[in-house]
Design a protein around this ligand. Sequence first.
Ligand code: MG
Length: 270
Amino acid sequence: MSNTPDVAEFARRIRGHTLRMVHAANASHIGGCLSMADILAVLYARILKNDPARPTDPDRDRFILSKGHATAILYAALAERGFFPVAELATYCKDGSKLTGHISHGVPGVEVSTGSLGHGLPIAVGMAMASKADRRANRIFCVMSDGECDEGSNWEAILFAPHHKLDNLVAVVDFNKLQSFGRVSEVLALEPFADKWRAFGWHAVEIDGHDLERLATTFESVPQARGKPTVVIAHTIKGRGVSFMEDRLEWHYKSPNAAQLAQALAEVGA
Ligand SMILES: [Mg+2]
């Protein structure tokens, strides 16, 4: 891709946009936005082959955000990539705006509306299967939360994808160890997490979800195992980049006040 934006700068910009959006709307989910900021920055600044000028190109890479509550930062990434004007981010969650509080496919660049958890991966599996049937070379990326891995629908999809050899499918789990009401390890433990995916037939890799280079090289080299879907278990920190939000459960729901916003923007360098 020509004019590829700098990934680190892209990550700073989308963190900044998202902090301002969530503050202005007095909205939730800043913690789960910041934990996947670096994943989205790598995908949107470097990896995904999707052209804002041709949003329905059948050969485009697909991106599905299954944790549809954390949509503010995806809107920020889409705006930065030119799917709609950055100025429109200021309308997030306002009356009449298409930038709804849970993700909407009415927004340019958004493939599907999600928010009821456990739906994104099954949809991604269907898209991957359709691409295989049509002999297309595109890839399907789906970012999931750790908490939504409690949903049985995901495990049906996890069983199904390897049987159909969907090596064009990449699940990325934003493994920030917190879900809405507590620690993942206390609400419903996932470990040994990678082993579970492997037992179902997936190629599983575990990486630091804030290491931009490692994320890029991992996504660039998919499929690493022919005939197998890939899961990237990205170890992340909820609220990453803002000292008073990092690994703190309350920032699943809380919105930063004016003073907190100022400090947060300074800390993320936005
Ligand atoms: Mg989580």
